[in-house]
Design a binder for this molecule. Structure first.
Ligand code: CDP
Length: 221
């Protein structure tokens, strides 16, 4: 069974996806972490962010692994190295949408995501899971929240990670990424017609997970 979760930046997708996967005993796949890992590699190699041919070539040789530790955060392995923390840095966040908008890059990563999903029951979160990666997913969700709440949540999360950011910087980043992610040519952020829309603005994490869990249980029986 595949559960697809899409939505804009900072809506809380990965938090609820991880808890939901654990409750269901499914594997959790953070597809955004894969785009972030590739972006890290692009920046490490000093490849200019507009050099699409080199970025495409790099994506074709990259190895990204995700290890779902049941209690801790997801471990992201890039070419054998643990990059879980490095991919959350502001520099990566700033450029990730420019890497993710490249069609041929998406083709490579989508292939990897489908491979993960073929092996086991999975919960995947991203921007194009229900529309492109797994259009036949048994359950699809679109998780949203007001812009103000999304900024607050992401700000708190980054402060928790020890990063020095201001709410203003976070707001700018979310606006910029949402714009690129939803206006790009290749698989833009869209709600799949059959996805269940959840506005989490006034809901706690537990309430969102509970709602999703009950809906998933219903479709398993
Ligand atoms: O910051 P947030 O957790 O909302 O984003 P993320 O899930 O870590 O994804 C980072 C970026 O990767 C997004 O802003 C998109 O540009 C890109 N992405 C994508 O294009 N398609 C996906 N399936 C997942 C992420």
């Amino acid at each position: 069974m595949i559960i697809a979760i899409d939505g804009p930046a900072g809506a809380g997708k990965s938090t609820v996806a991880k808890i939901l996967a654990k409750k269901l005993g499914f594997l959790y796949i953070d597809t955004g972490a894969m785009y972030r890992a590739l972006t890290l590699k692009v920046l490490e190699r000093n490849i200019p962010i507009n050099d699409e041919p080199r970025i495409i070539q790099l994506s074709q040789g990259v190895k990204i692994d995700l290890r779902d530790n049941l209690d801790g955060p997801l471990t992201v392995i890039l070419d054998g190295e643990d990059v879980s923390l490095a991919i959350r840095k502001a520099r990566i966040t700033r450029f990730v949408s420019d890497v993710a908008k490249i069609k041929q890059v998406r083709q490579v990563l989508v292939k990897m995501q489908r491979k993960f999903g073929q092996k086991r029951n999975c919960v995947l979160d991203g921007r194009d899971i229900g529309t492109v990666v797994f259009p036949r997913a048994q359950k699809k969700f679109f998780i949203d929240a007001s812009a103000g709440v999304r900024v607050k949540r992401r700000f708190q999360e980054l402060i928790g990670l020890g990063q020095k950011v201001t709410e203003n910087e976070v707001a700018k980043d979310l606006t910029n990424r949402d714009k690129i992610d939803s206006t790009r040519q290749a698989s833009p952020l869209r709600q799949a017609p059959e996805a269940i829309y959840i506005d989490t603005t006034d809901l706690s994490i537990e309430q969102v997970v509970e709602k999703m869990f009950n809906l998933c249980k219903l479709s398993r029986t």
